[in-house]
Design a protein around this ligand. Structure first.
Ligand code: CA
Length: 206
């Protein structure tokens, strides 16, 4: 994905080959930075709103996820909870190019959190490749800012948001493991088959 209205792609063939058959591309012009959730605020270059009155939980991701994010891009995600709510974020994927503490001096891209519209030092910046992690707001408003610079790329992040009652402890939702579920059905089927075989045998040969 380009970070602006222009993208140039150059094809150069220096040698013909029997086996290299070139490429086919589908293209689209988008205004949403490839971010398909939330409500986009047109007055900002890249900003999305998530309201608890519209959905109590959902997902959000970096621009062009799961592909590499565009360079020199800043996207902001605003979370608005009800009066007694807080915002819980569960990052399931995180690959944002940079080294701690994710400052401009180390040419780092980063993700930043704030309980306010302005900066908020209590969360620190996040960058690098990280296993899944959780972040929770201290208020019913939370702001997440993603910022990439002009060099080196990553595939960004994917996260689940949940609006919780401020007094509630976060509890991971029960995971419905599809693989083990279908395995369980298969086991059940196998057991029925084993039980049925002697009967079938009996009917066939007696
Ligand atoms: Ca970068």
């Amino acid at each position: 994905m380009s970070n602006g209205p222009k993208l140039m792609l150059e094809f150069r063939g220096t040698q013909s080959s029997r086996y290299s058959r070139g490429f086919k591309i589908s293209y689209s012009f988008v205004e949403n930075f490839g971010i398909n959730t939330g409500r986009q605020l047109k007055e900002f270059p890249c900003a999305f709103v998530y309201n608890s009155s519209e959905a109590h939980n959902g997902t959000f991701a970096s621009p062009n996820s799961p592909g590499p994010y565009p360079r020199d891009t800043e996207c902001t995600y605003f979370f608005h909870g009800g009066e007694t709510e807080k915002v819980h974020l569960h990052f399931t994927n995180f690959d944002v190019e940079g080294v701690l503490p994710c400052q401009a001096v180390s040419a780092s891209d980063y993700v930043e959190f704030s309980n306010y519209m302005t900066e908020d030092n209590r969360f620190g910046r996040y960058c690098g490749q990280m296993k899944e992690f959780h972040v929770e707001s201290e208020r019913n408003f939370f702001k997440v800012t993603f910022r990439s610079n002009d060099r080196l790329d990553g595939t960004g992040f994917k996260a689940i948001y949940q609006f919780l009652e401020a007094t509630d402890e976060y509890r991971a939702p029960p995971v419905q493991d599809k693989a083990s579920h279908s395995l369980c059905i298969f086991d059940h089927f196998l057991m029925l088959l084993i039980l049925a075989i002697p009967q079938l045998y009996h009917q066939l040969y007696h």
